[in-house]
Ligand binder design. Structure first.
Ligand code: ADP
Ligand code: MG
Length: 257
């Protein structure tokens, strides 16, 4: 990793509370440009909350968070922070694609229309341009033959691949995956992981919350194990997975490996 490159994501002492519930308790981490960063940990440890903070779906309670060198949600002038205006927040969010456990496709739109929607509505792209790109993306995720299908006519794995294409249609510089295969029947997991692997090979920066340790081992550049709102340990996936240092990591891995 070049020390000169601005990290794609940098968290410094990030805290998040919901009322009295202290969920993120000082997260420090860096995701380099082009890195596949796997975030693992038990349910309730704060993984989704952390992704949601990156993507402006939640506001952090303390600390600093940067995406591609820009403070998330704020502008800094001297020592002071000023909240970004709605329009500026929207501009930051446009650069981040997110894929959830549930595919959240628009049920009344075809696969093609789902992928075209945001570029047309949010970026004001012409339908012709958006359509061209959507067709390419659907082809890339292996759904070139199903562009006219509605979500209900597609399998879970196919729907999730449409969801990935839809996120890519905004040409994000960062992709967040929150347990993208957890809701899928086991036989459909591979086709989604294959698409993610392809994306990784293409150089996309990705933060992937997953229990798929095979994927983390083969595709991940780094792995962070999080528990109870703190980073317990981190390192190269193969190292952490084969030689975990902390009891909590060992206990977790013994359940998912
Ligand atoms: P993970 O993704 O690791 O399973 P989450 O980030 O979803 O964990 O949740 C961490 C904790 O934060 C959980 O105890 C959850 O109940 C709590 N939490 C998440 N979102 C909210 C919210 N909007 N209000 C209150 N508590 C929340
Ligand atoms: Mg979660």
């Amino acid at each position: 990793m070049s020390t000169q490159a601005v990290p794609m994501v940098k968290a410094e002492g990030v805290h998040k509370s919901f009322g009295h519930a202290h969920i993120l308790k000082g997260i420090d981490l860096e995701v380099a440009q082009g890195e596949v960063f796997c975030l693992v940990g038990p349910s309730g440890s704060g993984k989704s909350t952390f992704l949601r903070c990156i993507n402006h779906l939640e506001k952090i309670s303390a600390g600093r968070l940067w995406v591609d060198g820009h403070l998330v949600g704020y502008r800094q002038k001297g020592d002071k922070l000023y909240e970004l205006k709605e329009r500026e927040v929207a501009a930051q969010r446009r650069d981040i694609g997110m894929v959830f456990q549930r595919f959240n496709l628009f049920p009344h739109m075809t696969a093609l229309e789902n992928v075209m929607e945001a570029p047309v509505q949010v970026k004001g792209e012409t339908r012709a341009v958006a359509r061209e790109r959507a067709l390419k993306l659907l082809d890339r995720v292996g759904l070139g033959e199903r562009t006219g299908h509605y979500p209900a006519q597609l399998s879970g794995g196919q729907q999730q691949r449409v969801a990935i294409a839809r996120a890519l249609a905004m040409e994000p510089k960062l992709m967040l995956f929150d347990e993208p295969t957890s809701a899928l029947d086991p036989e459909l997991v591979g086709e989604v992981l294959d698409v993610m692997r392809d994306l990784a090979e293409d150089g996309m920066t990705m933060i992937v919350v997953t229990h798929e340790m095979g994927f983390a081992r083969e595709v991940g550049d780094s792995l962070v194990f999080m528990d109870d709102g703190v980073v317990v340990e981190s390192g190269h996936p193969r190292e952490v997975l084969t030689n975990p240092q902390h009891e909590r990591t060992k206990a977790f891995l013994s359940k998912v490996l």
